[in-house]
Write a protein that binds this ligand. Structure first.
Ligand code: NAD
Length: 258
């Protein structure tokens, strides 16, 4: 059976856990060589091992997406090692410190915008020229359902994900005629460390049950369910899809709270 990303070179930021890790495995299963990036070497190597275990090809390159020199060096390293960059999943992000706007601090604002927004901006800034040199490719940025709506207490996070959608649309239009497609994926709550840090580890707790019930399908999503959507967006099957925001949210954004 042919693979959707056969022969492609793919870069994933925030590939050391959660959605990024699941996508590394999914990309490899579809035939891509995967560069797993993140700040944490040990967790990055664990992702690499998961890819190797299914017979795929991967390597870890450390980079903090909020640091321009490190992002530039990361993209340079991918191209120097593999000769090209075809696919990028700009997924690194943090939830920050949940707080009402009136309690949030300027330091918290700077930290979450540096990683969630500047990180996506810098990644695309260096990925786009690298991809155009070999005829284009596909980029997916991780936004969130909180890029389209907001909930009290998550104002800064929500603002960063609204910004990711703005960057995605503008970048997509800038390269639309050049063989490079740029889209966003917007998950609702997904079973990863991020949800566990925010809502606790116990899926039977009242907080976690309330969160699950807030999704029309009655449960949280799995990292693999986001990975499938990202594979689709990066594959030739999405050849006419650019500048869009794919909601992978169990019906969350379709729902009025009645
Ligand atoms: P996660 O915490 O497991 O993954 C986030 C990854 O980003 C981690 O590997 C982390 O080390 C990395 N990261 C953080 N700051 C970084 C930096 N400065 N440089 C490089 N890497 C950095 O959580 P996740 O749920 O897998 O999150 C992945 C993405 O999905 C994030 O952008 C998040 O905002 C988004 N998202 C998650 C959910 C959810 O419910 N889990 C919902 C919507 C959107």
């Amino acid at each position: 059976m042919s693979q959707l990303l056969e022969g492609k070179v793919a870069l994933i930021t925030g590939g050391t856990s959660g959605i990024g890790r699941a996508t590394a495995v999914a990309f490899a299963r579809e035939g891509a060589t995967v560069v797993v990036s993140g700040r944490r070497e040990k967790e990055g190597q664990e992702t690499v091992q998961l890819v190797l275990a299914i017979g795929g090809h991967a390597r870890f390159v450390a980079a903090d997406v909020s640091d321009e020199k490190q992002v530039a060096a990361l993209v340079d390293k991918v191209v120097a090692t593999f000769g090209r960059l075809d696919v990028a999943f700009n997924n690194a992000g943090i939830e920050g410190v949940p707080a009402p706007i009136s309690d949030a601090t300027a330091a918290q604002y700077n930290q979450i915008f540096d990683i969630n927004v500047k990180g996506v901006f810098l990644s695309m800034k260096y990925e786009i020229p690298a991809m155009l040199k070999t005829g284009g490719g596909a980029i997916v940025n991780t936004a969130s359902v909180l890029g389209s709506v907001a909930v009290p207490g998550f104002g800064l996070y929500s603002a960063t994900k609204h910004a990711v959608l703005g960057l995605t649309k503008a970048a997509a239009l800038e390269v639309a005629g050049q063989g490079l497609r740029i889209n966003a994926v917007s998950p609702a709550a997904i079973e990863t460390d991020m949800v566990k840090r925010t809502f606790g580890n116990d899926s039977e707790s009242p907080e976690r049950k309330h969160l699950a019930a807030a999704h029309p399908v009655g449960r949280l999503g799995l990292p693999e369910e986001i990975a499938s959507a990202v594979v689709y967006l990066c594959s030739p099957q999405a050849s006419f899809v650019t500048g869009t925001d794919l909601h992978v949210d169990g019906g969350t954004l379709a729902k009025l709270p009645l």
